[in-house]
Design a protein around this ligand. Structure first.
Ligand code: NI
Length: 138
């Protein structure tokens, strides 16, 4: 099992102001969900969706010590696409397979409020960057 076997669920975009970002997506024909506060990741999240288009997740830091604050700081406060999320049927199995491919588990599975409490985890590869896995049972 490799990343190429997985289906992309969304790209994650770090933003300083989720309402301003969402209004730009709305002007461009996307439907945006209401922002949800995720206390585990300490961020506000909404999804921008349009039929047959790649879904974007807008992520705003809820405080200075959110992991997304660092992403924005490095980028001078500008929005940045910083992860690709893949949907997987079994997150533990996918993590084991990726670790064998030398991906590093940087955040073990937690329940994500903005994703209907589904499990998400983050892995990193020095060559390919940061990815998220979202468990979606089929
Ligand atoms: Ni995400």
């Amino acid at each position: 099992m490799k990343v190429s076997d997985f289906k992309i669920h969304h790209v994650g975009v770090a933003v300083s102001d989720i309402h301003s970002a969402a209004s730009v997506y709305r002007e461009n024909g996307y439907l945006c969900t209401e922002p949800v506060f995720d206390p585990i990741q300490n961020v506000n999240i909404c999804f921008a969706e349009k039929p047959d288009e790649l879904r974007a997740e807008l992520i705003e830091p809820a405080s200075e010590n959110s992991p997304v604050s660092d992403v924005l700081k490095k980028n001078g406060g500008n929005p940045e696409v910083y992860h690709i999320c893949y949907s997987v049927p079994d997150i533990e199995q996918a993590i084991s397979a990726l670790r064998e491919e030398r991906w590093l588990l940087v955040k073990p599975p937690v329940h994500a409020v903005a994703c209907g409490n589904a499990k998400v985890a983050f892995l990193y590869s020095r060559e390919a960057g940061l990815i998220e896995l979202l468990e979606e049972k089929s």
